[in-house]
Design a protein around this ligand. Structure first.
Ligand code: SF4
Ligand code: SF4
Length: 183
């Protein structure tokens, strides 16, 4: 680089201040179609594990503590931001942050998200089922309320083996016993 150009840049820096942006303290402008962090919303998760299967570097780990909790983790230090998981997700549980620049610091506990889906009771037989995803409840009942959540929680076995009348009567009793108001 010619001396004049170096001198010009030096003067620009002296007069204009540092050229390096203080990211992550201040946001940076990201280019169009930016692929930032994949974000997870447990309320919309069905527990299908498609995201875990397609993730190339194994950044997603899911621990299914049967009957208790479905523990979900994305490690942003391992993630390559390909968004395959978002493409594979059948609901909107995974979405991509296309506005924020990436920062992975040395404190790895800050660089992962951990969340999860609780198991709930089937209102008919009392067995444990993964809490139904919000999207699926809305698709089936057109709204997401405590009552529709209970109705969507009827387990596959009861749906197969009980009559609609038996299911309805068990659901009514469950709503009454748990003080859940009807819509
Ligand atoms: S964006 Fe790619 S690497 Fe990151 S969690 Fe999703 S599938 Fe894995
Ligand atoms: S985040 Fe999406 S793909 Fe992953 S387990 Fe939940 S519903 Fe399935």
């Amino acid at each position: 680089m010619p001396f004049g150009e170096i001198f010009g840049k030096l003067m620009d820096t002296l007069v204009g201040g540092p050229v390096v942006k203080p990211f992550p303290k201040e946001p940076v402008k990201v280019p169009p179609k930016w692929r930032g962090k994949p974000l997870y919303d447990a309320e919309d998760c069905t527990g299908c594990r498609q995201c875990e299967r397609v993730c190339p570097p194994g950044a997603i780990t899911i621990e299914d503590k049967k009957g208790e909790f479905f523990h979900y983790k994305i490690d942003y230090g391992v993630c390559i931001y390909c968004w395959y998981c978002i493409d594979a997700c059948p609901t909107t549980a995974l979405t991509g942050d296309d506005k924020t620049g990436l920062y992975v610091g040395t404190d790895r506990t800050q660089e992962r998200i951990e969340s999860g889906v609780p198991y709930v009771e089937c209102p008919v037989c009392g067995s444990k089922v993964l809490r139904p995803a919000r999207t699926l409840v809305i698709r089936q009942f057109k709204k997401y309320t405590p009552e529709t959540l209970v109705r969507a929680s009827v387990c596959p076995k009861c749906r197969r083996e009980k009559t609609p009348e038996e299911i309805e009567s068990a659901v009514q009793k469950y709503l009454e016993d748990h003080g859940i108001s009807r819509d």
